[in-house]
Design a protein around this ligand. Structure first.
Ligand code: SAM
Length: 206
């Protein structure tokens, strides 16, 4: 599949449905985040191996979650599970130069892989950061966040993420085989919406 074919498929699947997401797809090339051995498959609508039993996420899932997250220019975003850095670059583009993305990854080698991939996108990524660590505890030193997104499935949404989210903010995260959207109405009131039928690698807590 070519990049144009993938874009067309994502439009048909209704997940590339805003000018912002369309521009992010055009600006950030997935092929720059795929290991050499899989470059030919970079525009397949599939997850692909990035080593260490991990994957770069499926384009459909990434854009479905980004659509729900609805990042605005200037947002502070926490990402759990950097992987290849592809979604980190998309988030940094969407948050813009006045925004900030902090991304946590537990596998040191993937932190290095992602940073290297992201160096090609320093124009967007300059205000953002990839950090080696366990994302289950969030990143209190950079909190509060407007948006939090996770790429690995927990048994439940960690308390730390709920605490580090601003009132009015949103968490999009997989829990087992569902994607959960939590909207924070007040410090202890969250509106929960469930989207069923996804597959994710597990959130591994130390
Ligand atoms: N969205 C990424 C991309 O497109 O490249 C792919 C992310 S991959 C599906 C999930 C990532 O979550 C893996 O790199 C894994 O190491 C990471 N991960 C799992 N548990 C974690 C934790 N507790 N803290 C931080 N990262 C974690």
């Amino acid at each position: 599949m070519t990049r144009d074919h993938l874009k067309h498929e994502l439009i048909i699947q209704d997940v590339l449905d805003t000018p912002e997401l369309s521009a992010a797809f055009d600006e950030i090339d997935r092929a720059d985040f795929v290991p050499e051995d899989f470059k030919d498959a970079a525009y397949e609508n599939l997850p692909l191996p990035i080593g260490f039993n991990q994957t770069i996420s499926q384009p459909f899932t990434v854009f479905f979650m980004l659509g729900l997250l609805d990042v605005k220019k200037g947002d502070r975003v926490l990402e759990i599970g950097t992987g290849s850095g592809w979604q980190t670059a998309l988030l940094s583009f969407l948050a813009g130069k006045n925004g900030k993305v902090v991304s946590l990854e537990r596998i040191f080698e993937l932190v290095e892989f992602a940073k290297n991939n992201l160096s090609q996108y320093s124009e967007y990524y300059r205000a953002s950061k990839v950090v080696h660590g366990d994302g289950s505890f969030g990143m209190p030193e950079f909190a509060p966040f407007d948006k939090i997104i996770a790429a690995a499935a927990a048994a439940e949404i960690p308390k730390a993420w709920k605490e580090q989210l601003k009132v009015g903010g949103k968490i999009i995260a997989p829990v087992e085989h569902d994607i959960i959207m939590l909207q924070k109405n007040s410090s202890d009131d969250f509106k929960k919406t469930v989207f069923e039928g996804f597959a994710f690698v597990p959130l591994v807590s130390e």
